[in-house]
Design a protein around this ligand. Structure first.
Ligand SMILES: [Zn+2]
Length: 395
């Protein structure tokens, strides 16, 4: 476990951007009213409690599953696959009331546009996909243990890294379209802006898509996904609808920063470096936790559930560093720090985000710098001379 954590941290230090960007200390109260801050912290802390409760309940199910694991029997591979599917169904079902409560709270603050029927279909679809993946994983695990004995973790690590690459490649063309509709950005100002920014940045952007996020949420966002031929920038329709062209340009420039610095392959490289140590920990813990003659699958899932948060917390350091670099890239490319400050304020309000969450929350779970850090980075950036809305000394 210690070796896995040390390697994960070393991989972060190896892969993270080395540049340092100037950040000016900024106070949340200078950018958000007391009522806005109060609304965000109330909403987010409630969601966090529900998330914590859900984690406890799911871990409880896994502990019970290890205690009452099925006998491996005459068909251990099939038993393993079935156990994995049963665990997927059980954890989903038991956590459902807590997820529904979190969803109701999001609805109450106006973040949700989708009806409960649509949500039920989403849950059914994602559980079915999760069940298929779990069945494959459970069967592969038992096959691996039978074939390689105690050394299954080595081919297991290769399988984890291979799966991550294949999923990254296929997700935008196979998984994502099962939940949303994507259409290439129609010809117009935004599309012109995107390709003009891309050529100025010297970035091969692939295609730019608009996703119908508004069918579920009022929140706005954008992301880069895919590998090679499936690489693309995706913009929420909520972003295109509610934000000005200057603000959308900033978001696009940020995403281009990710493409330019190959952040998706970089993340996969981190997974490949850490996977052997992660699977070794899971293998040894599974050995300890599996009772005689029982299927090892529940023990493996519990071991994974226990080590995953520690590794995610470490990989989030890489994610935050990469996000800071993408912000700096966007500021450099657009030369509009004032627009960035306005944008950060607007999107934080729209997404009911906490602009300045407690330090521990940031360390444990944040994939991005806080809103106040991002505003601070914009304040620290020098506006491009001649930029029309650059007002020195402004807020
Ligand atoms: Zn980003």
């Amino acid at each position: 476990m210690v070796a896995a954590i040390v390697v994960a941290e070393a991989a972060v230090l190896l892969l993270r951007p080395k540049e340092r960007y100037p950040v000016v200390e900024a106070e949340a109260r200078a950018y958000f009213s007391a009522a806005e801050l109060d609304r965000a912290t109330t909403f987010r802390s409630g969601q966090l409690w529900l998330f914590g409760a859900r984690t406890v309940v799911e871990l409880g199910i896994l502990v019970l599953a290890v205690r009452y694991a099925p006998r491996a029997g005459k068909r251990p591979v099939l038993t393993g696959a079935a156990a994995a599917v049963a665990l997927t169904l059980a954890t989903t079902t038991v956590a459902l009331p807590l997820r529904a409560a979190a969803r109701q709270r999001a609805k109450d603050v106006g973040l949700i546009t989708q009806g409960w029927d649509g949500w039920a279909i989403d849950v059914a679809k994602s559980t079915a996909i999760g069940g298929v993946v779990a069945a494959g994983g459970g069967a592969l695990l038992v096959l691996g243990i039978r074939r390689f004995g105690r050394d299954w973790w080595a081919p297991g690590a290769a399988a984890v890294a291979g799966f991550a690459v294949v999923i990254s490649y296929l997700a935008p063309v196979v998984l994502d379209p099962m939940f949303n509709q994507f259409k290439a950005l129609p010809a117009g100002e935004t599309r012109d802006d995107v390709f003009q920014l891309a050529s100025r940045a010297g970035v091969e952007v692939g295609e730019v898509y608009e996703v119908d996020a508004s069918r579920r949420t009022t929140a706005a966002n954008a992301y880069v996904t895919g590998l090679g031929h499936t690489k693309r920038v995706v913009l929420y329709d909520t972003l295109l609808k509610e934000f000005t062209p200057a603000e959308t340009r900033l978001v696009v420039a940020h995403e281009l920063g990710h493409v330019r610095h190959k952040d998706v392959p970089g993340g996969l490289l981190w997974v490949a470096l850490v996977a052997p140590f992660g699977t070794l920990v899971v293998a040894r813990a599974t050995e300890k936790l599996t009772r005689d003659g029982r299927s090892p699958v529940p023990a493996a899932v519990l071991s994974l559930a226990l080590i995953a948060p520690a590794l995610t917390m470490i990989s989030n350091q890489l994610s935050r560093a990469v996000e800071r670099r993408a912000d700096a890239f966007a500021l450099e490319l657009t030369g509009e720090p004032e627009a960035m400050i306005g944008f950060e304020r607007k999107i934080t309000l729209q997404n009911v985000g906490d602009p300045d969450p407690p330090r521990w929350q940031q360390v444990f779970m944040a994939t991005h710098p806080t809103t106040m850090e991002r505003i601070g980075a914009a304040l620290g950036a020098t506006p491009r001379s001649g930029s029309p809305d650059a007002s020195p000394g402004g807020a």
